[in-house]
Write a protein that binds this ligand. Structure first.
Ligand SMILES: *Cc1c(COP(=O)(O)O)cnc(C)c1O
Length: 231
């Protein structure tokens, strides 16, 4: 099942990139393995995938310890400040930085370990109350503040689009995230890159790629439905 799922997704990624004349090398597939067992992750690893996403610190830590060290772990879920120290030396990229306060703690822990941490800023484009993320109106100020931290590198933006059965509805969300990232890029702020746009999940990654995604985060489409009860 997993092999076919992955084949399909890779085919779709190529198709969407071709449609808008993008090079597929620009697009990184992140396999979102939350709630899924080690054995399944190994299967995906053996099919060549090296980028995995988790949304809980404890789970990421456990999986990090049990799986090959050439995996790039992406923290994609809400990150509590008191847990930053647990993953600071295990993550390749934190997608979900949504406040100056969180960045401050990341800076503190990163400086203790003498590492530089790559981050994305999570933006709440849709303005849904239930969602985490920075209000687009506050973004520039926040970027300017966080750019001053020597142990943090801002690499781009991330958003979680609303749940929908019709992915076309999220096109506007994705194009807004890209516009925001261009706006910031044009300001040429020191220590800030806008090379990464993390957007698109199982339901809407093809649309996200058409709108400029450089990282797509796909769980269900690779591993099948999540069953939180049997976790
Ligand atoms: C769970 C999750 C995904 C993957 O969702 P699917 O619909 O299973 O592809 C992507 N991004 C974030 C932030 C998630 O929490």
């Amino acid at each position: 099942m997993i092999r076919n799922n992955l084949k399909n997704i890779e085919k779709n990624i190529i198709e969407s990139s071709n449609k808008v004349n993008r090079n597929i090398d620009e697009i990184t597939l992140i396999a979102v393995s939350k709630t899924k067992p080690i054995e399944m992750i190994k299967e995906v690893y053996n099919l060549g995938i090296r980028n995995f996403g988790e949304n809980k610190v404890q789970e990421l830590k456990e999986k990090y310890n049990q799986l090959p060290k050439d995996i790039r772990w992406h923290m994609i879920g809400h990150l509590q400040t008191n847990k930053v120290k647990d993953i600071i030396d295990k993550v390749y990229l934190i997608h979900s930085v949504d406040s100056i306060h969180l960045a401050e703690i990341i800076e503190k822990e990163a400086s203790k370990k003498d590492v530089t941490i790559n981050i994305l800023l999570e933006i709440n484009i849709s303005g849904e109350e239930s969602k985490y993320g920075i209000n687009p109106n506050e973004l520039i100020n926040i970027v300017e503040e966080i750019s001053k931290y020597p142990h943090i590198k801002i690499k781009g933006l991330m958003t979680v689009a609303p749940y929908t059965k019709n992915p076309e509805e999220n096109r506007i969300i994705f194009s807004k995230l890209r516009e925001l990232s261009l706006e910031i890029k044009n300001k040429n702020i020191n220590n800030v890159d806008m090379d990464i746009l993390s957007m698109g999940m199982t339901i809407d990654y093809m649309i996200a790629i058409e709108e400029g995604a450089t990282m797509v985060r796909i769980g269900t489409g690779i591993f099948g439905e999540r069953n939180y009860k049997n976790k």
